[in-house]
Design a protein around this ligand. Structure first.
Ligand code: NAD
Ligand code: DAU
Length: 349
């Protein structure tokens, strides 16, 4: 019997982690703590929200009193911390929001765990982080767990900061922690401001497809459910105080991925080949745009036996099918803050 607090469970990756843990571990009670920002949506969890081992708590991880009371009331055995501001472009517009949630929010959770866990045996604080903390690669090489931190956007700096706090709590207070740093995720329930769902949505509506710069930046894509499985494996078998890199060994230039998506969608929408690609519009580059990310996930594979399950083309087809079958979800989540932010900041360029 374990009580597990998952933060950010109403977001993109969080909802897949909650779904996996609720269904796979009926003996655990899963508490999903989420502030329901523009990126969090309870519709993402409709299929599990009546499960007897699932509870939703609305709250902000930066609210110290609230978080301390929550830990006092429920005596959690473990935390899987995903809540964050997660979009790089937003961090360039509003860096302080990222410092508040990602740095301060993580510090509050760590402190709550430290206060609550007088005896740390059997407890775990699992911090979900990103490969962006390692900075940007040239055309060669991979990020390993030994790569020095070199964050270059306000988002990645805030995540690097939170990683350092997690390590510091381990070294200073002996808090049982584990960290994972993952590459770009794709799949269902991703808010349509990130590259893939944004492009899918714009193709559906025949709107311009804004490719930053020349489109030659490289990202390493991983099916979100494979990330959730990696979190499960690391949560149960990872070594305390360790970091694990998670990635799909699946590098793509942005422009190539957009062309592939256009061709898949032409077929699925019954359009002539090449019709969607005509929407591609090269726009001003992202400030400080990291050139290339590529994860070496050998440690996770060799120590814990994890590997990605899905080929990219298959995952992309499934992702497109999901968005085409869930247009109401897209309309609901894009009707508020998203419209205001995205339309004003990007479409005009
Ligand atoms: P997301 O933006 O989709 O979801 C974030 C969730 O956190 C939302 O449900 C939001 O409501 C919640 N949240 C935000 N601020 C909060 C606060 N102050 N208190 C409580 N809840 C709050 O993000 P995501 O893409 O699912 O990413 C989840 C985690 O994984 C983040 O920590 C992110 O840094 C990390 N990560 C993401 C990716 C990726 O490709 N998306 C890759 C590697 C790591
Ligand atoms: O690497 C892991 C990170 O991946 C996560 O930590 C972040 O939370 C997640 O947002 C993601 O960051 P990126 O900046 O790589 O993802 P994004 O989808 O915003 O952009 C992917 C690439 O596509 C990047 O090179 C920028 C480019 N891009 C993005 C958008 C939104 C475009 O060319 N046009 C766009 O409209």
């Amino acid at each position: 019997m374990k009580k597990i607090l998952i933060t950010g469970g109403a977001g993109f990756i969080g909802c897949h982690v909650v779904r996996l843990f609720v269904s796979k571990y009926p003996e655990y009670t899963i508490f999903n703590l989420d502030a329901l920002t523009y990126a969090g949506n309870l519709e993402n969890l409709r299929d599990v929200d009546e499960a007897p081992n699932y509870r939703f708590v609305k709250g902000d991880i930066t609210d110290e009193t609230f978080i301390y009371d929550l830990f006092e009331e429920h005596q959690f055995d473990a935390v899987i911390h995903l809540a964050a501001e997660s979009h790089v472009d937003r961090s360039i517009m509003d860096p302080l929001a990222f410092v508040r949630t990602n740095v301060m929010g993580t510090a509050v959770l760590l402190n709550a765990a430290r206060r609550s866990w007088e005896r740390p045996e059997g407890k775990l604080f699992y911090h979900v982080s990103t490969d962006e903390v390692y900075g940007s690669l040239g055309s060669e090489g991979f990020f390993t767990e030994e790569t020095s931190y070199d964050p270059r956007s306000p988002y990645s700096a805030s995540k690097a900061s939170s990683d350092h706090l997690v390590s510091a709590y381990h070294h200073t207070y002996n808090l049982p922690v584990v960290i994972s740093n993952c590459s770009n995720n794709y799949g269902s329930y991703q808010f349509p401001e990130k590259l893939l769902p944004l492009m899918i949505n714009n193709i559906v509506h025949s709107k311009p497809l804004p490719v930053y710069g020349k489109g030659d930046n490289v990202r390493d894509w991983l099916w979100v459910e494979d990330h959730a499985r990696a979190i499960d494996v690391i949560f149960h078998n990872g070594r305390l105080g360790e970091t694990y890199n998670i990635g799909g060994f699946n590098e793509w230039k942005n422009i190539d991925i957009v062309y592939l998506l256009c061709s898949i969608m032409d077929r699925k929408l019954g359009r002539a080949e090449g019709e969607s690609a005509r929407l591609i519009t090269f726009v001003k580059d992202r400030a400080g745009h990291d050139k290339r990310y590529a994860i070496d996930a050998t440690k996770l594979n060799q120590e814990l036996g994890w590997q990605p399950s899905l080929q990219f083309q298959e995952g992309l087809e499934k992702t497109v099918d999901w968005y085409l079958s869930n247009t109401t979800w897209v309309e609901n989540v894009t009707s508020g803050a998203y419209t205001h932010f995205y339309e004003q900041q990007y479409v005009q360029r």
